[in-house]
Design a protein around this ligand. Structure first.
Ligand code: LIP
Length: 269
């Protein structure tokens, strides 16, 4: 079997096991472990426990691979494969008991730098919804056994997903972007979990998605889902503190990118 297929199977298997643990811990009651960048940026005991399970599985199955995880940081590897992991994406949803949370696991060729890596395989598992989204480079994107495809017609306006950062000081600028892109939208959805937003673009449940300030682990797997579902994924302002992620079918992606780019030119945001 090809390396990519092996990595894809492993990502899916570990995502399911890690998601089952996250779901059990949610049912038992969630404990806040700490806050990070702001009081609103929380980490639970389950985030840490789930990431530890994922790391242990990867060390056992793929010794020597590199790793980047939201909670335990980066570890360089000796192989050309690096795992980019968000153990519980949608942590605030998870803490509140909102089912829109997921485990996001991606394998990339190269280091954990989204400007240079080549995504090989990814899995996004939403345990509360029992939905496993997977993609292997060159072999499509899937929800279970159903092949995924992005939407291509948004004549009624695009259904767009977005999100906001944990720092209230960034909300005005993000809302200005929302105001700008509403000119092409029929409506907005705010899932609260970037990997799920991207999986929904791949599945045609959203026409497009944009968000500033995501970390590599938020989009590593979801970006591959979108591209393998026939969509486009790109990042703007990659050298800034809050790069912009844009995803969608080609038309929606390109229109979103133009609106955001024009706005940056006008307002410098
Ligand atoms: C979250 C993203 C969400 C974004 C939040 C946060 P986390 O990731 O999934 O889209 O709006 O600010 O980054 O912290 O739950 O892993």
């Amino acid at each position: 079997m090809s390396l990519e297929l092996d990595l894809g199977e492993l990502a899916a298997d570990i995502a399911r096991e890690a998601g089952a643990l996250a779901r059990r811990r949610r049912q038992e009651g969630v404990n806040l472990a700490a806050t990070k960048s702001t009081l609103a940026d929380i980490v639970t005991d389950a985030d840490r426990e789930v990431e530890a399970l994922i790391r242990a599985r990867l060390r056992a199955e793929r010794p020597g691979d590199g790793f980047l995880g939201e909670e335990s940081g980066a570890e360089a590897g000796e192989t050309d494969v690096t795992w980019v992991v968000d153990p519980i994406d949608g942590t605030v949803n998870y803490a509140y008991g909102i089912p829109a949370y997921n485990v996001s696991i991606a394998a990339v060729r190269g280091s954990a730098d989204p400007t240079t890596w080549e995504a090989l395989a990814g899995a996004v598992f939403a345990p509360a919804l029992d939905e496993l989204f997977t993609a292997v480079r060159g072999r499509g994107a899937w929800l279970g056994s159903a092949r995924l495809a992005v939407t291509t017609d948004s004549a009624a306006g695009a259904l767009l997903g977005t999100g906001f950062g944990y720092d209230p000081a960034t909300h005005d600028g993000d809302l200005a972007t929302v105001r700008r892109v509403m000119t092409m939208a029929r409506d907005l959805r705010r899932m609260g979990a970037a990997a799920l937003d991207l999986a929904y673009v791949a599945a045609g449940r959203l026409d497009g998605y944009f968000e500033r300030g995501l970390s590599p682990w938020d989009f590593a797997a979801g970006a591959l889902l979108v591209s393998e579902a026939g969509g486009k994924f790109s990042r703007l302002d990659v050298d800034s503190a809050r790069p912009m992620v844009i995803a969608g079918g080609a038309d929606v992606h390109d229109r979103l990118r133009t609106l955001v780019n024009d706005m940056a030119a006008v307002t410098g945001t």
